[in-house]
Ligand binder design. Structure first.
Ligand code: PHE
Length: 353
C-alpha cells in the first residue's frame, strides 16, 4: 500500500461516512495495514523488527490523519450549521410604531374635560347641514349681509337624499344642503330637542370655501358652548370663559372681551385669553348672549312639530372658537396647513401624547 496516497485520500474524505470506509479499508480487521501486520510472523527477527516499526509508524500516521480529518469535518459541519441558523442579535428589530392622538384631538379632549368639570354635556351634530340650521335658524336670513362672512360649500344631494332635523324629520323643504360653516347650527338642533336649563359643548369639524394660507384652512375644528336657563347673564359667560382660560393656562389665566357683531348673539363679543408664559393675548373666538331671534326660531320650529314653546323668559350665552387657532398660538406653529394638508408625521410627532 502507498502511504502518501492513503493520507491524501483521508485528507480529501468529503464526509464522516467516507472517512469511516477509509478507516476500515486501512486499519480494520481485514484492513491493508492489519494484513501486513499478520505477515510479520513469517519474517526473521531482524526483518520483523524493522518492518514492525515501519508498520507502526504508518498506523500512527494514518490514525492521526483520520482523527484530524474527522475533527475538520465536524468543525466544518458545525460552522455550516451555525451559519444556517445564524441569529444576529445586533440587527435592529422590527419597529411597531404606536399611534398617538393628533394634536387637535388632544386639544379637543383637553377642552371637553374642562367643560365637563363645569357640568356641560358633550353633544355632536351633522357635518352635512341644512341651510336652515346653519343660517336662518341662527338669525342669518338669506338677505343678511353676515352671510358673506362665511363662504359656503353648497351641496347638491342625490335624488332621494334627506337632511334630517332633530327628530329625524326631513328638512329638505327648509333650504339647500351645505357643509356646516360653524358648529352654531347645533345650538338650534339641541334647543329644538331639549328644554332649558342645560349646559352643552359641541365639538366638530366645520368647512369654509376659502383660499388656504398660513392661517386659513377649508376644514377646521370648532368648539361651541351653549348655556340656557333663567337668569343667565353675560357675567356667567365671562366666568365660564375665565374658567376655560385657567384650565388651559393655570391660575394666571385671564380673559378679555371686546364688543363685536355676530348675528346670533346680542350683545356680541370677541374674546382673547392671556397666555402667562408668553405674556400675550390670544385672540380666540366669538361669544355673546343668545339673540332673541334664535330662541324665536327654535320655538317656532318646536311649535311646527307640535311641541310647546320653551324659550320665552329664558336667557343664554354661547361661544364658538377654532381649535387650530388655539394650537397655532399656544405652540407657536407658523402654518395651519401643517395639521392636515401636509400631515407630516415629523411635525405631528412633536406633540405626541
Ligand atoms: N359661530 C361663530 C363663528 O363661527 C362663533 C360664535 C359662536 C360667535 C357663538 C358667537 C357665539 O365664527
Amino acid at each position: 500500500m502507498n502511504l502518501d496516497q492513503a493520507l491524501q485520500e483521508i485528507s480529501a474524505a468529503p464526509s464522516l461516512e467516507a472517512l469511516h470506509t477509509l478507516k476500515v479499508q486501512y486499519l480494520g480487521k481485514n484492513g491493508l495495514v492489519t494484513q501486513e501486520m499478520k505477515t510479520l510472523g513469517k519474517l526473521s527477527p531482524e526483518e520483523r523488527k524493522e518492518k514492525g516499526r515501519a508498520l507502526n509508524e504508518i498506523k500512527e500516521k494514518l490514525t492521526a490523519a483520520l482523527a484530524a480529518r474527522e475533527a475538520a469535518i465536524k468543525e466544518q459541519s458545525l460552522q455550516e450549521q451555525l451559519e444556517r441558523e445564524a441569529l444576529d442579535v445586533s440587527l435592529p428589530g422590527y419597529a411597531f410604531p404606536s399611534g398617538g392622538l393628533h394634536l387637535i384631538s388632544q386639544i379637543q379632549k383637553e377642552l371637553l374635560d374642562i367643560f365637563r368639570t363645569m357640568g356641560h354635556s358633550v353633544v355632536e351634530g351633522p357635518e352635512v347641514e341644512s341651510e336652515f340650521f346653519n343660517f336662518d335658524g341662527v338669525n342669518m336670513p338669506e338677505w343678511h349681509p353676515a352671510r358673506d362672512m362665511q363662504d359656503t360649500f353648497w351641496l347638491q344631494p342625490p335624488e332621494g337624499f334627506t337632511i334630517q332635523g332633530p327628530f329625524g324629520e326631513s328638512v329638505n323643504d327648509l333650504g339647500s344642503a351645505l357643509l356646516r360653516t360653524h358648529t352654531s347650527p347645533m345650538q338650534v338642533r339641541y334647543m329644538v330637542q331639549h328644554t332649558p336649563p342645560f349646559k352643552i359643548v359641541v365639538p366638530g369639524r366645520v368647512f369654509r370655501y376659502e383660499q388656504t394660507d398660513a392661517s386659513h384652512e377649508a376644514m377646521f375644528f370648532q368648539l361651541e358652548g351653549l348655556v340656557v336657563g333663567e337668569g343667565i347673564t353675560m357675567a356667567d359667560l365671562k366666568g365660564a370663559i375665565t374658567e376655560l382660560a385657567r384650565g388651559l393656562f393655570g391660575a394666571e389665566g385671564r380673559v378679555r372681551f371686546q364688543p363685536t357683531f355676530f348675528p346670533f348673539v346680542e350683545p356680541g363679543a370677541q374674546f382673547a385669553m392671556w397666555w402667562p408664559e408668553r405674556q400675550k393675548w390670544l385672540e380666540l373666538g366669538g361669544a355673546g348672549m343668545v339673540h332673541p331671534n334664535v330662541f324665536k326660531a327654535v320655538d317656532d320650529y318646536r311649535e311646527k312639530l307640535g311641541l310647546p314653546r320653551a324659550y320665552e323668559g329664558v336667557s343664554g350665552w354661547a361661544f364658538g372658537f377654532g381649535l387650530e387657532r388655539l394650537a397655532l398660538l399656544r405652540y407657536g406653529i407658523p402654518d395651519i396647513r401643517y395639521f392636515y394638508q401636509q400631515n407630516r408625521l415629523s411635525f405631528l410627532r412633536q406633540f405626541r401624547n
